[in-house]
Design a protein around this ligand. Structure first.
Ligand code: FAD
Ligand code: UDP
Length: 400
């Protein structure tokens, strides 16, 4: 692997078999597999000054390992994804736990048996819990929107409480809309859990944090003789996508191009901008060992920020007398001014617009789009990895 800032004058795209735009999961997985399985010489162009995309982590001034673009917790049910990523890191046995702060009272999220007892008191909480077990079964996940549809006074009481105190205000802060107004799949990410498991990802057999860091995992993934990384390079300066071909540095490029950035941006928003939510990440280092009991506390009824994450609680790092926390403030993303488009907004008119951009690259057979931005999808890290593994399978099989 070689890594440098900027493109040297001698940069000749024709000397590469593949150009990858973006050094996040989507780009790094494809780059590694093309280098390894096809013997491709790969150039990665990344406009940030670091690898790892939004999963980037680094030590702050106090020496605390922080996640610059928000808390990232690895979790997956996908064997292939886990096997692939585990080539480049060991994992800790960390299980992410989240508490909701409801008027000062802390209760587990996903809302579970224990949360019911905290919210309603032991006796009533237990009665309501037994009702949930009788209705849905033990250890079942029930999306709040499904629970709200039940015509039963006790179930309605639970649904109303959870909706009002866990979902409504948090969702308003995160999306600027009520839960009824957004894609039900988004609420479905955090169902009510009819059981005692208080992990945020109870369903994931593989979960944890990289033993060293996410950035270290990426450094290993990209550590291959055939991979060159050029940081601080905006690919749009040298990339032009036509109807049937793609130009790099003004000349038709015959190799593979993997694009992991936003498609609307690639075309200067000429059909309109795809909507996103961005997040203002506000870090604070405190002169104490610990600030809160778990990795993340969601502020579900108060405050303007959505959640506070304390990194040491997730990484297990020991830094005596110092801890760094992050408050996240979600807001509308303004396109074209250098903000980070963090969350896609999965609504029919946005998907329609996305498809129009996508149609413009379909005829360019060596131009491939993959990733959370390029596919305009609310992917977790494992979902992006799976998508990149699939795309690289196709490229590998057509080059053998
Ligand atoms: P990115 O990581 O965004 O990488 C794309 C890269 O392309 C970027 O580095 C960008 O700079 C670069 N790029 C774009 N355009 C250009 C260009 N024109 N020229 C050069 N470079 C370009 N997932 C989990 O599994 N667990 C979590 O706990 C979790 N927490 C999250 C918290 C937040 C706040 C957010 C926003 C996401 C979270 N995710 C989490 C999701 C995770 O971040 C993504 O799934 C993953 O990082 C997406 O990888 P990617 O390669 O598609 O995109
Ligand atoms: N959500 C909520 N309250 C919570 C947790 C989640 O209202 O305490 C809703 C909110 O709309 C959020 C969505 O569920 O955007 C998905 O939550 P998740 O934690 O998966 O979001 P992410 O970690 O991707 O930001």
């Amino acid at each position: 692997m070689s890594i440098q800032s900027g493109l040297p004058d001698s940069f000749n795209p024709q000397s590469y078999d593949a150009i990858v735009v973006g050094a996040g999961y989507a780009g790094a997985v494809c780059a590694r597999r093309m280098a390894e399985a096809c013997g491709f010489k790969v150039a990665i162009l990344e406009r940030r000054n670091h690898i790892a995309g939004n999963a980037y982590d680094c030590e702050d001034e106090a020496g605390v390992l922080i996640h610059k673009y928000g808390p990232h917790i690895y979790h997956t049910t996908n064997d292939r994804v886990h096997e692939f990523l585990s080539r480049f890191t060991e994992w800790t046995d960390y299980s992410h736990k989240v508490l909701a702060n409801v008027h000062g009272q802390l209760m587990p999220v996903p809302f579970n048996h224990q949360s019911l007892k905290i919210a309603f008191g032991d006796e009533k909480g237990e009665r309501l819990y037994q009702k949930l077990v009788a209705t849905f079964g033990q250890d079942k996940k029930v999306p709040i929107m499904e629970l709200r549809e039940k015509n039963d006074p006790e179930l309605s009481e639970i649904a109303d409480y959870v909706y009002e105190n866990v979902f409504l205000r948090y969702t308003m802060k995160q999306w600027g809309k009520t839960p009824d107004e957004i894609d039900p799949a988004v609420m479905g990410r955090v169902p009510v859990f009819v059981g005692d498991d208080d992990r945020y990802f109870p369903q994931a057999p593989y979960q944890g944090m990289p033993e060293v860091s996410f950035t270290d995992m990426f450094a290993h993934m990209l550590d291959h003789d055939l991979i060159s990384i050029f940081l601080d390079v905006d690919a749009r300066d040298i990339l032009e996508v036509g109807e049937r071909s793609v130009n790099v540095c003004g000349k038709p490029f015959g190799g593979e191009v993997i694009y992991t950035g936003a498609l609307d941006e690639l075309f200067d928003f000429d059909l309109g901008a795809l909507p996103y939510r961005t997040v203002d990440m506000v870090f604070e280092t405190l002169d104490k060992d610990q600030f809160q009991p778990v990795g993340t506390v969601n502020y579900t009824v108060s405050e303007n920020f959505t959640r506070i994450t304390e990194f040491k609680n997730m990484t297990g790092q020991v830094v005596p007398g110092k801890t760094t926390i992050l408050r996240e403030y979600s807001r509308v993303y303004i396109p074209g001014v250098g903000e980070t488009p963090y969350y896609v907004i999965n609504e029919p008119e946005n998907i329609e617009l996305y498809k129009k951009y996508r149609a413009r690259v379909e005829g360019v057979l060596n131009f491939h789009v993959v990733g959370r931005l390029a596919e305009y999808r609310y992917y977790d890290m494992d979902g992006v990895t799976a998508s990149a593994l699939e795309l690289s399978d196709e490229i590998i099989s057509s080059n053998h």
